[in-house]
Design a protein around this ligand. Structure first.
Ligand code: SF4
Length: 324
C-alpha cells in the first residue's frame, strides 16, 4: 500500500497548484476530510461550443414539429444522444447514396460540416438544409475556397478519412493533399508550382502541426501561407487532461471510443497515468478500479453528454470521498 505521507503530500501539492490559479487546472477539486483522497473534474470535459450548438439545433428542429428530420452522419459520436434522437424520430443518413434517395424532409449538417457537393445534392432534391457546421470549421471552408480561387494549392494536415477533412476537401477548388504523419510531411511533393496554403483539421495535435509545417517549409516549400486552424477547445481540453493525469493515480476519460478527440485524450492521459480507463457508459465504471486513497481525475471528450459526466462524477465523489 502507498505511503500515507506521500499521498497526502501529492494531494497537498495539487491543492496548492489549484489554489494558486494554475490556468490549466480550472475545474472542480474535492478532497476528503483526512486529505487522503481527491477527485478532480476537468472544466473542459464534455461538449465543446460547436458540438453543443449542433445537438441543440437538432432538438430545436424536433420541437418545431417539422418532419421528417435527418442528420447527415451521427450528430455526435455518442450513442446515448444518437439513440435518444432516434427515439424522437431523427434518422441518420450514412452516405451520399442514401441522401440521393430522399424525397422530402430536413437535413441537419453536423458540426464537422460537409463539402459543397453534399449541400448541392440537398438543394437539388428540394430538401431543407439546417447547417450546424461549427463556425470554426466554416472558417476553414472559407479559407480554402478563397485561397483556391486566389491560385493557391491546398495542403490539409489531418486525418484523410475524418468527415471534417472530407468536408474541407470538398471546398477546395484546385489541387489538394492531406497529410497526417511525419513521413507524409517529409515526402510531400506539391502537385503544382502554385503557392501553398496550409490548414489543419480543428482537432489536430498542435505540436505535430508545427512540426509538419516546419518540415514542409524548411525542406520542401518556401512560398506558403500557413493558417493554424486548430480549435482552442481541443488544446485546452488536452492541456487540462495532461496536467491532471500527471498527478492522478487513476484517470477516467469519458466518451465514445469512435470519437477521435476522446481517443486522443485517452492517449495523452495514458502517457502520464498508467491507470487510465475509458468510460463509454455509466456501466463501464468499474469501481474496483477506483483507488480509495490517492487522486482520481476525470476528463471527457467533446461529444460526451453532461449527464454522463455528472453521473460518473457523483458516483466517484460518493465512493472515493466518503470511504476514507
Ligand atoms: S472542437 Fe472546436 S472546431 Fe470542433 S466542433 Fe468543437 S468548437 Fe468547433
Amino acid at each position: 500500500m502507498d505511503d500515507p505521507g506521500e499521498i497526502r503530500g501529492r494531494i497537498a501539492q495539487l491543492k496548492c497548484r489549484y489554489e494558486s490559479g494554475d490556468h490549466a487546472l480550472k475545474g472542480d477539486l474535492w478532497i476528503s476530510p483526512d486529505g487522503m483522497s481527491a477527485l478532480y473534474q476537468a472544466k473542459s470535459a464534455g461538449f465543446c461550443f460547436g458540438v453543443r450548438r449542433a445537438v441543440d439545433t437538432v432538438y430545436e428542429q424536433i420541437d418545431s414539429g417539422k418532419t421528417p428530420i435527418y442528420t447527415y452522419g451521427p450528430i455526435i459520436h455518442n450513442e446515448i444522444v444518437v439513440r435518444d434522437l432516434e427515439k424522437k424520430g431523427v434518422r441518420v443518413i450514412s452516405s451520399r447514396e442514401e441522401l440521393e434517395k430522399l424525397a422530402e424532409g430536413i437535413v441537419v449538417i453536423r458540426s464537422h460540416g460537409v463539402g459543397r457537393e453534399i449541400s448541392s445534392i440537398i438543394e437539388e432534391r428540394g430538401l431543407s438544409m439546417v447547417d450546424a457546421t461549427c463556425p470554426f470549421v466554416k472558417k476553414i471552408h472559407r479559407i480554402v475556397w478563397e485561397k483556391g480561387r486566389a491560385g493557391y494549392e491546398v495542403l490539409i494536415i489531418g486525418s484523410p478519412s475524418h468527415p471534417e477533412v472530407e468536408g474541407i476537401r470538398g471546398w477546395c477548388t484546385g489541387e489538394v493533399t492531406v497529410i497526417e504523419n511525419e513521413q507524409e510531411a517529409m515526402s510531400f511533393v506539391p502537385k503544382s508550382d502554385k503557392p501553398l496554403c496550409i490548414v489543419s483539421q480543428t482537432t489536430f495535435n498542435l505540436k505535430k502541426f508545427h512540426k509538419f509545417v516546419e518540415i514542409i517549409t524548411r525542406l520542401r516549400y518556401h512560398d506558403c501561407a500557413v493558417l493554424n486552424t486548430i480549435c482552442n477547445a481541443t488544446e485546452e481540453r488536452q492541456t487540462e487532461a495532461r496536467s491532471i493525469a500527471r498527478y492522478a493515480d487513476t484517470m477516467f476519460v469519458i466518451g465514445g471510443k469512435h470519437s477521435s478527440n476522446t481517443q486522443k485524450l485517452y492517449e495523452i492521459c495514458r502517457k502520464e497515468c498508467e491507470n487510465t480507463f475509458f468510460v463509454q457508459a455509466f456501466d463501464d465504471l468499474n469501481l474496483r478500479l477506483v483507488p480509495f486513497r490517492g487522486i482520481v481525475g476525470i476528463s471527457a471528450g467533446a461529444s460526451t453528454p453532461n449527464i454522463l459526466i455528472e453521473e460518473v462524477s457523483n458516483l466517484c465523489r460518493k465512493t472515493i470521498l466518503s470511504r476514507c
